[in-house]
Design a protein around this ligand. Structure first.
Ligand SMILES: [Zn+2]
Length: 520
């Protein structure tokens, strides 16, 4: 869930002059590192800045230790020829305080993308305590300042150097990021590390920002019938698991969020040993590690609780929900399955990725050809698999009916076709090979950007995947056999998986305004 909240501050910062960012930030870091929490107003800023900044400079240079990239783990699936080289050529190390550092060097332009990923999200909030949304609320409040950096100042500083920034919260992770001129990287690391430990939260900010997130929910979910329906389907699909709860929180529970809810979450989870620093762009690995050590590296590690992810139980009755109302823009048929995540079954994880590609990615995919081109009873059929999760993975089917077909009839036709594919062996080896080639080729484009690789690597490492596995993704796909794809297919579409959970079906229908609303 991306947040636009920081753009408000960017607007306010327009036209502001910022002459000596480096000096200011260097000073600020020295304040954090040397004195801990110091009242900014109590120190003569100009007088001490130069002195403290030189102290900071030397602290930064004092780590000549040799860093070597992570070695391949022997537990990985053995790649088969062709043996693709690493996708991103990223390098990683772990600082003494447990912070993971990943650098993807790309020297085409003097720009860097700096991301800090916390391996914690809304699924780690306390359950059933009557409030929800603390993780996302904290993401907003992280812009409200520390003792050294006033409310909104972080965003003004980034804007002042021509940078862009934002943040987002998901179920399993939360990330803050900036795209900036490369020469300011160390300063931005200082700023970001400051709010990892020194966040101050004024009661007045809690009050005002709570209204902002409630408004955000109104705009994104409450006023959007499809988003609301999607939220309901998740609640049905995930039953007892934390993914049943919306990231932003349930509407009535958000208004009850207090300072203590956010502070407890912050002090429990925002620790260097629960974070990953990802830098992509015009920066050298050794320099980034040295600067990370001089900033983030000075924050002590803290014990972090285990991530609890209840798994969805096997229930005997499938669930179907329907929403028929005038505000539904178009009819939709939706179906969602609980499927393995990466850690549950890596082979199945790669297999489901390939299966999704063959069935529903692009105009020559099986479902598109059958339902849109041949039968003309749908305008689109999409499948999306998410196995990058600590808890259960999920697979979603979205189909929009056409030509007077009802969503129910389209759903029945899709169910029947899933059986036919298996019975008549419609998915042949040639389709599987073509799907593999497409996925592998797409990885070539993935590395050709500043932000994309940092997003991919951060997200997958945040749920526990090794950099080595991420780099070898093409080899894992290349190694898939038709049997692996069959196994993934049979488990989901024929329901043969051990611990198979029945899918949840959703139907949205547009009805004329004169008919009464129906919510089952
Ligand atoms: Zn938000």
């Amino acid at each position: 869930m991306g947040c636009l909240v920081s753009s408000l501050w960017r607007d306010k910062a327009k036209g502001q002059e910022f002459k000596s960012l480096s000096l200011f930030l260097a000073f600020m870091v020295a304040v954090i590192l040397t004195f801990g929490l110091v009242d900014f107003g109590a120190i003569g800023f100009e007088a001490q800045a130069a002195e403290l900044s030189s102290a900071y400079e030397s602290a930064g240079e004092a780590s000549p230790e040799k860093i070597s990239p992570e070695k391949a783990s022997s537990a990985d699936v053995t790649p088969v020829p062709p043996n693709y080289p690493p996708i991103y050529n990223a390098k990683t190390t772990t600082l003494e305080n447990g912070l993971k550092v990943v650098v993807i060097e790309n020297h085409r332009a003097p720009v860097v993308h700096h991301m800090i990923w916390y391996k914690v999200g809304s699924a780690d909030e306390p359950r059933n305590d009557g409030v929800s949304g603390a993780a996302h609320f904290l993401e907003h409040l992280m812009f409200k300042g520390t003792k050294a950096v006033g409310a909104g100042e972080f965003s003004r500083l980034i804007a002042g150097i021509g940078g862009q920034e934002n943040a987002f919260t998901s179920w399993d992770y939360t990330a803050f990021f900036q795209t900036i001129p490369a020469k300011y990287l160390r300063d931005v690391m200082a700023l970001e590390s400051d709010r990892m430990i020194n966040l101050t939260l004024a009661e007045k900010d809690i009050e005002s920002e709570r209204n902002v997130i409630i408004e955000e929910r109104r705009g994104r979910t409450d006023n959007d019938p499809r988003a609301l329906f999607n939220e309901q389907m998740r609640a049905m699909l995930f039953v007892n698991a934390p993914y049943a709860e919306p990231i932003i929180g349930w509407r009535d529970e958000m208004s009850l969020l207090k300072r203590a809810d956010v502070m407890n979450y912050y002090t429990t989870w925002y620790a260097p040993n629960n974070a990953i620093l990802v830098v992509s762009g015009d920066a050298k690995f050794d320099d980034v590690v040295r600067d990370a050590r001089a900033t983030y590296g000075l924050i002590p590690a803290r014990e972090v609780p285990p991530h609890l992810r209840a798994r969805v139980p096997q229930l005997s009755g499938g669930v179907a929900i329907t929403h028929a109302a005038p505000d539904v823009p178009e009819d939709v048929y939706i179906k969602a399955w609980i499927v393995p995540n990466y850690a549950d079954n890596p082979k199945n994880y790669y297999g489901l990725g390939l299966l999704t590609q063959i069935l529903a990615n692009g105009a020559d995919s099986m479902l598109y050809q059958e339902f849109v081109v041949k039968r003309k009873i749908a305008t689109s059929v999409e499948l999306s698999y998410n196995g990058d999760a600590r808890g259960d993975g999920e697979l979603w089917l979205y189909a929009i009916p056409a030509g007077g077909t009802s969503p129910e009839a389209l759903g029945a036709a899709l169910d029947e076709y899933f059986k036919t594919i298996w019975a008549k062996k419609l998915m042949d080896d040639e389709m599987i090979e073509r799907g593999k080639t497409r996925l592998i080729d797409a990885a070539d484009y993935a590395r050709d950007s500043l932000v994309g690789p940092a997003m991919e690597i951060g997200q997958m490492m945040a749920i526990g995947m090794s950099l080595n596995d991420i780099e070898n993704w093409r080899n894992h796909i290349a190694a898939l056999t038709p049997q692996d794809v069959d196994d993934a297919y049979r488990d989901v579409f024929l329901g043969t998986a051990t611990a198979y959970r029945l899918p949840v079906t959703g139907i949205m229908k547009h009805v004329p305004a004169t008919q009464p609303h129906k919510i089952h």
